[in-house]
Design a protein around this ligand. Structure first.
Ligand code: MN
Length: 241
């Protein structure tokens, strides 16, 4: 058989200390998973069960040691950073008990859930889907994956983001409302997880806008830092066309 049109490329992440690469399947993102961020988004963190949204595999941009350039996206004037702990899934399963959930983790990485905040909030306020705000191509720069076999499981670690060397976000992953194990257990009741899936676990407080020329540096203790530079986008139309 022959493809009628060119097949989509596969999207991959580098694995620290290895020649192997991680193939990206689906990207599940946890919303409002730090109380202080839920509050800054105008929501009550105490009353909400976890919820998830998704990004396509083409959202993922692998960030190497030299960092990466991402274009300022079209159709927004409020492009926000969200620094997040990223979990890569190593084996499939459904209805996974919380006590076994970490066995499904392949590894961890530092990532950014880049967000067209104006589009997201407009959709939210109208009860519409978030895709245009959250799920655009290139919206998830992610650094090298550190396998759980090499770094263990992270339950407490400093997470931070600077923009042009100024602190913007700073917290600890111990403040996750829904832990990695709880998130996997909950998600696997709704979707059968597959190897290659990724979970972005949510961002702490301090989200804010970046513009072309800004340099973001993301850090989580024990993982590889990421450097992501915003460059002028080449688009037709949009506030920053
Ligand atoms: Mn997020």
């Amino acid at each position: 058989m022959k493809y009628a049109v060119p097949p989509p490329p596969s999207y991959t992440l580098m694995i620290a200390g290895s020649d192997e690469i991680f193939p990206v399947n689906r990207v599940f993102c946890v919303g409002r998973n730090y109380a202080a961020h839920a509050r800054e988004m105008g929501k009550d963190p105490d009353r909400e069960p976890p919820f998830f949204f998704m990004k396509p595999a083409c959202a993922v941009v692998s960030v190497g040691a030299q960092g990466v350039d991402i274009p300022y996206p079209p159709m927004t004037g409020n492009f926000h950073h969200e620094i997040e702990l990223v979990v890569t899934i190593g084996k499939g399963g459904k209805n996974i008990p919380e006590a076994q959930a970490l066995e499904y983790v392949h590894g961890y990485a530092v990532g950014l859930d880049m967000t067209r905040r104006d589009l997201q909030l407009d959709a939210r306020d109208k009860g519409r889907p978030w895709e245009f705000g959250k799920s655009f191509a290139g919206s998830a720069p992610i650094g090298s994956v550190h396998t759980a076999a090499s770094v263990g499981h992270l339950s407490s670690a400093s997470i931070s983001l600077t923009v042009n060397d100024q602190p913007r976000q700073s917290s600890d992953i111990s403040k996750l409302i829904w832990s990695v194990a709880e998130s996997i257990a909950y998600l696997s009741r709704y979707e059968t997880l597959e190897p290659g899936d990724i979970i972005m676990t949510g961002t702490p407080e301090g989200v804010n806008a970046v513009v072309a020329g800004d340099v973001m540096r993301g850090h989580i203790d024990g993982l590889s830092d990421i450097t992501v530079r915003v460059v002028e986008g080449k688009h037709d139309g949009g506030a920053h066309g």
